[in-house]
Ligand binder design. Structure first.
Ligand code: NAD
Length: 437
């Protein structure tokens, strides 16, 4: 008997301002070869530049509407998982998501779910009986490099932040020598030299600015220098600032106070400050105070890429542009969605690669999707399964006891599982490449 083929559904995103789509026609080709069927809500890719006809041309079927799409799909691909974006602080008062009622037990959901900041929504997804994967929980290991959607989106955010800064600045970025005189280049300071910060530094360099960058992780120096920027050294004890996964750890209030004091001079000397400093699952640290803003030259610009996490600047208002002390402070949200064509292309490639991983032993692709929680990638991204929140960190945040499920058992260190891959090297090329490149 022919196995039932796996139906993968792509809904239209509903969050305000969300112009991305979770699957683009070309990225689906490999999955289609493996026997999966693609079902697309009409208009799903319209806002990102992928018309329905292109999906159909690549072999997808258009659903009659959203209800049919949810009912017929074994796997649903989202940029923003249902019930999550409405709970984000930037969305205002939380509202119920009508899509939650469309979900059915056993369905697999893949998308950004922000479970470390919004653990309650994981509880809600668990109650619906779905198996939800959160793309932001992807382990940063070599095997998962092509699935690293956070890096893909951060790359675009860093690029776009520089364009916003250049647009708002009353000065040029490059140095110009003209018959009318010489124009000095803009001085750009990037605070937080992770994926977004490094790409911002590289982009600002390409536009001709003189760029400096700072990060609390000592390893960032080499990466900053490799994109042609100068590393700002602060006399701070930073030895415990990086966790095993390469992320920054949350430091104590005293550390941040000292950091702000030391950073004030550097901020004052720059025309543009781009802040991207983040600690996973925590509010972004405040690194630029009101007084530091007041010390900047009139017309200076701050682009706070961390606005979604509360902001690195004390004066940032997420989603707004404010002018204080004649300094323009931009708090953009969801910058990747402002480059929706390529953001969707990269995200879709990350998702397709993740699906390919989940389906690696199923030929042809068929429902139900196997969930091998002994595998690090599957285990670390799976948030809910079988009516429970199964991710240990999310369970802890919810005050739940360690999970009795197989996912938790597999997650227990020293249980005979193979050791996790070592962290892969950080991007050090002159232009940090998107992880999907
Ligand atoms: P992120 O978005 O969580 O944070 C952005 C940056 O802010 C980080 O570099 C962090 O160190 C920095 N930061 C936090 N607190 C700070 C403070 N007080 N002052 C200054 N900077 C501060 O991080 P990210 O951009 O997603 O990546 C973090 C790390 O992971 C980087 O080392 C990056 O190169 C690495 N990475 C590794 C892989 C991999 O596969 N191994 C993939 C992508 C990124």
């Amino acid at each position: 008997m022919r196995p039932v083929s796996l139906v993968i559904g792509v809904p239209k995103e509903t969050a305000p301002g969300e112009r991305r789509v979770a699957m683009v026609p070309r990225a689906f080709a490999a999955l289609q070869k493996s026997g999966a069927e693609l079902l697309v809500e009409p208009g799903a890719g319209a806002a990102s530049g992928y018309p329905d006809a292109e999906y159909v041309e690549k072999g997808a079927r258009l659903a009659a509407g959203r209800d049919e799409l949810f009912a017929a799909s074994d796997v649903l691909l989202f940029v923003r998982t249902p019930g999550t974006w409405q709970q984000a602080p930037a969305a205002g008062a939380p509202q119920p998501d009508p899509d939650l009622a469309r979900l059915r037990p056993g369905q697999v959901l893949i998308g950004f779910a922000d479970p470390l900041s919004l653990p309650d929504t994981s509880r809600e997804l668990a109650a619906r009986g779905v198996s939800a994967f959160a793309m932001e929980m992807m382990p940063r290991i070599t095997r998962a490099q092509g699935m690293d959607a956070l890096s893909s989106m951060a790359t675009l955010a860093g690029y776009k932040a520089v364009l916003l800064a250049a647009d708002a600045l009353p000065r040029l970025f490059p140095m110009l020598m003209t018959a009318a005189g010489t124009v000095t280049p803009a001085r750009v300071l990037v605070i937080g030299a992770g994926v977004a910060g490094l790409f911002a530094a590289a982009t600002a360099r390409r536009l001709g600015a003189v760029v400096s960058a700072y990060d609390v992780r000592p390893a960032a120096r080499e990466q900053v220098e490799s994109v042609g920027a100068k590393f700002v050294s602060l006399p701070l004890e930073t030895s415990g600032s990086e966790d095993r996964g390469g992320y920054a750890r949350e430091m104590d209030a005293d550390f941040y106070r000292r950091q702000r004091e030391l950073m004030a001079g550097a901020v004052k000397e720059h025309d543009v400050v781009i802040t991207t400093a983040a600690v996973p699952g925590k509010r972004a640290p405040v690194l630029v105070t009101r007084d530091m803003v007041a010390g900047m030259a009139p017309g200076s610009v701050i682009v706070d890429v961390a606005a979604e996490r509360g902001g690195n600047c004390e004066l940032t208002r997420p989603g707004e542009t404010v002018v204080e002390h004649q300094v323009v402070i931009l708090g953009p949200l969801n910058l990747a969605a402002t480059v929706p064509y390529h953001a969707s292309q990269l995200y879709a490639r990350n998702v397709a690669s993740f699906l390919g991983h989940l389906l690696r032993d199923v030929k042809p692709a068929a429902a139900p999707l196997p969930l091998d929680t002994a595998d690090e990638i599957t285990r670390e991204t799976l948030i809910t399964h079988g009516g429970e929140v199964v991710h240990e960190r999310v369970r802890q945040l919810l005050g739940l006891s360690p999970s009795p499920s197989p996912a938790a058992a597999a997650a227990t260190p020293g249980d005979g599982q193979p050791p996790p891959d070592p962290p892969r090297p950080s991007p050090t090329s002159a232009a940090p490449a998107p992880s999907t490149a």
